[in-house]
Design a protein around this ligand. Sequence first.
Ligand SMILES: C[S@@+](CC[C@H](N)C(=O)[O-])C[C@H]1O[C@@H](n2cnc3c(N)ncnc32)[C@H](O)[C@@H]1O
Length: 177
Amino acid sequence: MNHTDHVNLLRPGIPESGGLWADLGSGRGAFTLALADILGETGSIISVDKDRGALRDQELAMRSRFPSAHVDYRAADFSRPLDLPPLDGVVMANSLHYFSRKGPLVEHVRSMLKPGGRLIVVEYNVDRGNFAVPHPLTYPQWVELAARAGFAETRLLGTVPSSFLREFYAALSLSPA
Ligand SMILES: C[S@@+](CC[C@H](N)C(=O)[O-])C[C@H]1O[C@@H](n2cnc3c(N)ncnc32)[C@H](O)[C@@H]1O
């Protein structure tokens, strides 16, 4: 996937520029850069990853490609309390598949959002993992899990073929208003 693919997956789930978003498990920033592109200069992003090296690489890429983006880089474990202000949106791209028990984490993420806030999940659309993707979840599995964790109106935003594991999907879920 390239930057255009990343933007195209997220954009249908982000109706307007601006707002406060977090990217949980942002890594080297593929989707953080896409968020910066979509939200524009009036938006703010809290970029969370436990890997400080990846965050440093991400910051360099952000400075070079979106120098006026407002990004707060946090080296932290997103499954623990992060003490963030209420968020307009959260992106979790390829970071849910590390958790075998996802329910409590998804409820924790819902608690970070404002009423009506948006969660965009990007995952491989497969039900069997491998060393790199230990606990994947298909889109239908995500629909069920999101509803059990209190999210509403889950819908598919798009898919992109993957030579590694079938395809990626992006899905939008809403925190109840
Ligand atoms: C496969 S990478 C995905 C990076 C990026 N979101 C993307 O799609 O290109 C997963 C990232 O999640 C981070 N991660 C996994 N579990 C985490 C946790 N509990 N807290 C913070 N970061 C975590 C890893 O350090 C890694 O950078």
